[in-house]
Design a protein around this ligand. Structure first.
Ligand code: PHE
Length: 457
């Protein structure tokens, strides 16, 4: 461990890299469909509260653990207290389970991008286009999700093999602002559709009668996912952060970036879904297909829609790619750290694993749909298991480790190391010691109760 660790050149570099990992399909694809599924405004409200309290606490903790120990997540927990060594491998399991299905969705995005670029955007607006695509019932090689998934993984493998260098960083620096601009343009357009105002109300005004344990569960899982929390990623990033950089301010900036893009994505998609549903927010079917089913219809109606559609899917593709590369890179380094294998051999092994595991998710809506895990298709199951089960467990154990075993002062000392103030220290301590553990236990009990059918969704 005497080898000098590389580090981000400055705070902006750190914030952009962390935001690049955080901003991905979670913001653009996952957030809007969950918001639609869990009651619109109330979901948004719960989500924002969680981001500012819980998300803030966990993110600052993870980055501080990384910077303090200068170790990646596999070993960092154990360095704080040897009894918590098992937490490293447990947290590492999460990106390993996420990346295969993430690449399935990456493949869907790539398919839509290519079709729009080829000028076939209109065809995608058909009612059952997306469902026949993912259920592998459409004829033609290009209408099968498997080749797209395989190519998407290979692109990731090639980039990771070449080393995640400046290239991808520069592309995302250029792409991210464009994504924001396009999201604003599309949101404005979708708000002008007849019936969109109902959607806007549904999205922004909380209806407290819709508040349920599943709203909170859904919002919590989404928060972990979107901010890449409770899976060791931010620990690893923190280990590359310089001591002179302001930790608390960096967390705030990453959160603004991540939450801002998610909110914009909701604004872009939800009013248009409601508009296409005849102006009613009741009974909109909000599942993983929301972005793929609805946006092509919006683009089909828009003048210049095929161009905007192409640009939009190119940007989603890059947002997805920057995240999946960081997931795959994490996976590769976990295996290398743990088993001391060579980089190329590890990348090949990881690629094969991703292909095999991802195939289950890729075919899970079609040929493999007769297999259900807890009543879910593979992709939904992996998504549920990582976000709703593993992440709360890892988060709970981290809270116990910091709040009860080593003490919150360790984190506070790291935040204030070179004389910065820890402005929200009280909030951090109260959440870490009291609120987070209780909430996490409730969440886990809620999940178990849901599983045994004691409460319904
Ligand atoms: N946070 C990313 C997203 O919102 C997903 C991700 C998780 C990326 C973990 C990297 C690591 O899409």
């Amino acid at each position: 461990m005497t080898e000098k660790r590389s580090s981000f050149s400055n705070r902006i570099g750190f914030v952009l890299a962390a935001a690049g990992s955080a901003v991905g399909l979670g913001n653009i694809w996952r957030f809007p469909y969950l918001a639609a599924k869990y009651g619109g405004g109330i979901f948004l409200l719960v989500y924002l509260i969680l981001v500012l309290t819980f998300g803030f606490t966990l993110m600052i903790t993870e980055i501080a653990i990384g910077r303090k120990t200068r170790l990646s997540c596999v070993e960092a927990y154990g360095a704080l207290d040897s009894r918590f060594r098992f937490l490293g491998p447990l947290a590492s399991l999460i990106p390993i389970l996420i990346v295969p299905y993430y690449c399935v969705i990456g493949g869907w995005v790539m398919k839509y991008m290519v079709e729009f670029i080829a000028g076939n955007g209109l065809a995608l607006a058909g009612d059952s286009y997306f469902s026949s695509f993912i259920s592998v019932t459409a004829s033609g090689f290009g209408n099968n999700p498997m080749p797209w998934f395989v190519v998407y993984i290979l692109i990731n493998a090639v980039i990771v093999l070449a080393g995640v260098n400046k290239g991808i960083e520069n592309i995302s620096k250029f792409m991210m602002p464009l994504l924001v601009i396009l999201s604003v343009v599309i949101s404005i357009y979708s708000l002008t559709l007849p019936g969109a105002m109902e959607g806007l109300k549904f999205y922004l005004l909380p209806d407290f009668s819709k508040l349920s344990i599943s709203t909170i569960l859904g919002a919590m899982g989404q928060m972990f996912y979107s901010m890449s929390l409770a899976m060791g990623i931010m620990i690893t990033y923190g280990s590359y952060m310089k001591d002179e950089d302001n930790l608390e301010a960096s967390v705030t900036q990453i959160q603004i970036f991540d939450t801002g893009i998610a909110m914009l994505a909701g604004l872009m998609i939800i009013p248009s879904v409601v508009a296409f549903n005849g102006g009613s927010a009741e009974g909109i079917s909000a599942g993983p297909g929301l972005m793929f089913g609805v946006l092509p219809k919006v683009f089909a109606e828009m003048s210049g829609g095929s161009l905007i559609g192409a640009a939009f899917f190119i940007l989603v593709f890059f947002a997805a790619l920057t995240s999946s590369i960081s997931l795959m890179e994490t996976f590769v380094s976990i295996i290398q750290d743990r088993f001391h294998t060579g980089r190329t051999a590890t990348i090949i092994g990881v690629t094969v694993f991703m292909l095999l595991m991802g195939t289950l998710s890729c075919l899970g809506y079609g040929p493999l749909s007769f297999i259900k895990l807890l009543g879910m298709e593979f992709l939904d199951f992996f998504d549920f298991f990582t976000n709703s089960v593993l992440m709360p467990i890892v988060a709970l154990l981290s809270c116990i480790l910091i709040g009860r075993v080593v003490g919150t002062q360790v984190i506070a000392d790291e935040v204030t190391k070179v004389g910065y103030q820890f402005k929200r220290q009280r909030l951090f301590e109260v959440i870490m010691r009291y609120i987070a553990p209780v909430l996490l236990v409730i969440i886990l009990l809620g999940e178990i109760a849901k599983y045994f059918g004691l409460i319904s969704i």
